[in-house]
Every structure is written in structure tokens, then in C-alpha cells.
Design a protein around this ligand. Sequence first.
Ligand code: ADP
Ligand code: MG
Length: 230
Amino acid sequence: ERAREILERTKERETNKLGIEAMDLLEAYGIPTPEGTIVSDKEAAVKAAKEIEGNVVMKIVSPDILHKSDIGGVEVNVPADEVASTYDNIISRARNYQPDANILGVQVQEMADLDAGTETIVGMNRDPQFGPLVMFGLGGIFVEVLEDATFRVAPVSEGEASEMIDEIDSAPLLRGARGRDPVDEASVIETIQRISQLVTDFPQILELDINPLVATPDGVEAVDIRATID
Ligand code: ADP
Ligand code: MG
């Protein structure tokens, strides 16, 4: 099984943290992710960007740098002719910030449609009393300010996942406030359930966050992941 392989591989490393190198974990559980490639030199970055339609997003890939934008490790909307220089910039900022970081490369990722979409979070942490708590909330830059999130113990049923959407204060934002098109709630529900399944199948996942899960009228896309593995 793909997911098992990915998790076993982390055990052989000196860290128990996983970043966007673990995107495949989501794909293995059928959660949509934008097209993305991890490269380790700028020529490969340029090549990877060519395979993707339009401008790209570039991100530092390191299990030691899990808050990537804090260190200038995320560049969105990069045009083709700036991919090579952006590669160098991202790597040098990361090295500057943490000289001993294990840098796996740079991810070249397709842009998600943030204009049509809303950034949400699906996460999990293990509560000593209740066990695996699956979290759903508003994502993006508002997370810390609004603290708009709700929790259920895994395994989460379809009905419970649906209730989670109802419960957050920002539910109207997902349901077409201000003339926006409502997001595809069925895909959000499915993602909550798939994460619930993943963390039920693998107790060694201690915590996990998809932030953001971009929800649009057409579905969802997980553009970022971090996890802690036992
Ligand atoms: P981190 O959370 O480690 O800083 P993210 O991958 O979440 O890194 O990127 C930071 C922000 O950049 C996201 O919250 C989102 O607003 C934007 N972003 C990241 N990836 C994409 C993408 N593929 N398409 C559009 N916006 C993106
Ligand atoms: Mg993020």
C-alpha cells in the first residue's frame, strides 16, 4: 500500500515531521491535490513549470521548515521566466534561515483557483482522552484571528462531517455569501471522511493538517500538508 510505504520511509529519517513531500499520502486516499513536482535544481524546476499550464507556485520542501511562508519559502503566481531565479531565492532564504535544515528541494505546483475558492482546513490531533479528533475550519490568513473550527472523534460519519460544515461561523462564506458561488460541500464532506479514514488506518500519524484545503464550486484541492509521525 502506497500510504504505508510513505509513512515507513519517515521512520528511517532523523525527524518525525512530514511536509509537502507527503502530498502522495493524500493522493493515496483519493484527496485531490494540484499537479506538483519536487525538483532539486533550477533546470528541473523550469522543466516542471513547462509541464504545468499557466503560472506556478513554488515552495521549499523540507521536513525542518513546516511554516514555509514565514521564511519566504512560498512564491505564488510565478511566471515561466522567473522560475529559475525564484528557485535560487527560495533555496537561499531557507539556507539562511536554518543552515542545518534538511532541504529536499522545491515543489513546483499548479495554482489553485483562490478567486473562486475559500481556504479551509482539515486536520487531526490525538486527544489523550477522546482519541483522534478530526478538525474542520476556515483556513488561510484568517485562521489565527477567527479561530473558527469544529471537532469530531474519528471515524467521522457522513452526517457528522456535514454537521461540521454547519457548525463553523464562516459556513455562510462557503454557501455563497456576497454573491459568490457556493462551494461543493459534498467534496468537503468526502475529504473530512477520507482524512478520518487515513488517521484511523494509521495510528502512527500523531497530527496532521491540510492547510489550506481550497474549496471551490467544482470540488476541493489540498495544496499544503504537514504531519507528525510516531
Ligand atoms: P505554509 O502554510 O507552509 O506557509 P502553504 O503551502 O500553505 O505554505 O502556502 C501558503 C499560502 O500560499 C496558502 O495558504 C495559500 O494562500 C497560498 N498557496 C499555496 N499553494 C497555493 C496554490 N497551489 N495555489 C494558490 N495559492 C496557493
Ligand atoms: Mg499552509
